[in-house]
Ligand binder design. Structure first.
Ligand code: NAP
Length: 259
């Protein structure tokens, strides 16, 4: 039980999850990095970034929507390290096709909801139960769970309703976990990115470039994955110890309602 703190990040192979994994490695965590496959180019590139920060890199293949596969993954991490200190539920997808709400298929709805909401909800449940047990086994144990939602938890986009609904649901999941786990001394936070330069937004880059040029984002630039990584590092350092249930909006001011 004397191993250094361990962070588990889903969707660590690319984009925001990758930046979070690197920033938590810099904060002194060993990194269990989850993506759909361990063999991807993203995982290969991430490994040395983690290791050069003095952290161990444990790549894990898991489709987060496969709730029946999650238990084995949690067991494997605990078998290797004996602890999970920090969970970031980051893995998520956009709809394969942006379709008007009135044309959205049930297939797309199920895909997005299973990956973005059902998967993280049940993964957090499994990890939280282990954290509750671990807190009596490890001295100075300060467990944290983070949900990466989106500004789409509250902003409407009529051509990707399933995404917005999944993120609104994830936002409430974060609140409910924060409520239930407060008495267990497990802190829970929601982190809401805005428009961030990753593979997810590359297909709609021109549209967002135009919106940003027209002033839609008050701070007048794209977000970068490191913006999110920095916020997670601040949570990991304990800067927000008395703020469970807090929502961190990292969107360059998209949260400002203007008249
Ligand atoms: P990204 O670059 O497309 O990366 C997605 C990550 O999630 C990859 O590591 C991918 O792994 C993983 N993933 C996808 N489906 C998965 C599944 N079924 N099981 C396990 N892992 C899976 O996306 P991103 O922009 O970094 O987004 C990360 C999170 O931030 C998402 O939850 C997204 O909704 C949220 N977000 C993004 C933005 C934005 O503007 N980019 C804004 C707000 C919120 P593989 O490499 O194996 O595919």
């Amino acid at each position: 039980m004397n191993h250094k703190p361990v962070a588990v990040i889903t969707g660590a192979s690319r984009g925001i999850g990758r930046a979070i994994a690197i920033s938590l490695a810099s904060e002194g965590f060993d990194i269990a990095a989850i993506a759909r496959s361990v063999d991807s180019e993203g995982m290969e590139i991430l490994a040395p970034e983690i290791e050069k920060r003095g952290a161990e890199f444990f790549p894990i293949g898991l489709d987060i929507s496969c709730t029946g596969c999650q238990t084995e993954v949690v067991s494997n991490i605990l078998e290797r390290y004996g602890r999970i200190d920090f969970l970031v539920n980051n893995a998520g997808v956009a709809p394969l096709q942006r379709n008007d709400l009135l044309e959205m298929s049930e297939e797309s709805y199920n895909r997005v909801m299973n990956i973005n909401l059902k998967g993280p909800f049940f993964f957090a449940q499994k990890v939280a139960k282990e954290m509750i047990w671990l807190k009596d086994q490890i001295s100075d144990y300060k467990p944290v769970i983070v949900f990466i939602s989106s500004v789409s938890a509250t902003l409407s986009s009529t051509n990707r309703a399933e995404y917005c609904i999944s993120k609104a649901g994830l936002s409430m999941a974060s609140t409910i976990y924060a409520d239930r786990l407060s008495k267990e001394n497990i802190r829970v936070y929601e982190v809401r990115p805005g428009i961030v330069q990753t593979d997810m937004t590359i297909k709609v880059k021109d549209k967002y470039d135009k919106m940003i040029n027209e002033g839609r984002v008050p701070q007048n630039r794209w977000g970068i994955p490191e913006d999110i990584g920095k916020a997670i590092a601040s949570i990991a350092r304990g800067d927000w110890d008395f703020s469970t249930g807090m929502v961190f909006e990292i969107s360059g001011g998209l949260n400002i309602h203007k008249l």
